[in-house]
Design a protein around this ligand. Sequence first.
Ligand code: SF4
Length: 206
Amino acid sequence: MTTMQLEPELIPLAMLNALAYCPRRFVYEYVQGEMLLNAHVVEGTLRHAAVDAEGTAWRGEVVQHRRVYVWSDRLRIGGFCDVVEEQAGQLQPVEYKKGKPGKWPSDHVQLCGQALCLEERTGQMIGQGAIFYFAARRREVVVFTPELRAQTEQVVAAAHALVASGELPPPVEQRAKCRECSLEPLCMPRLAGLLERWQARGEELG
Ligand code: SF4
């Protein structure tokens, strides 16, 4: 089914993560407002609540600004950085995630979106950021390479295009993603794939 939606002013940064993971998931979550709660989603929300308090703290030489709202007028995206760290005048965004580093780089796209917003707001080049994974107790440094920046801008363009069209994209090819996706019971990717093939065969037969 196709639904038309008015384009919002800013697409939330967290939704760039959803789109980089799977365009169909982006449309379910953002355009259609669907969300299924499971233990992983609830745990992630609680973990985030623990780092969501606003404020500033000093960790040695590093100043940590918590829950900083950033946006880009150029890209029409916006949202909160969990933490923006400041050291010797240099800024870097830090994102907190419940799980372990994933096989798919969608977290990197979300973080790079934060960096692009920070750059536009401050005029400062942001060379790198970090993601802290609670389950792995690991902080991963993410360098904002030209390739990651280009990928992030492509994801932003795709997000605006999907919001404008309201189209529900087909399921992703990588079914390992579906096994880890909280929306799998709603999406039913195997059935959706079968229906698409039946429809294509029907159109071929006239
Ligand atoms: S189940 Fe698979 S195709 Fe469906 S939204 Fe999740 S990742 Fe995308």
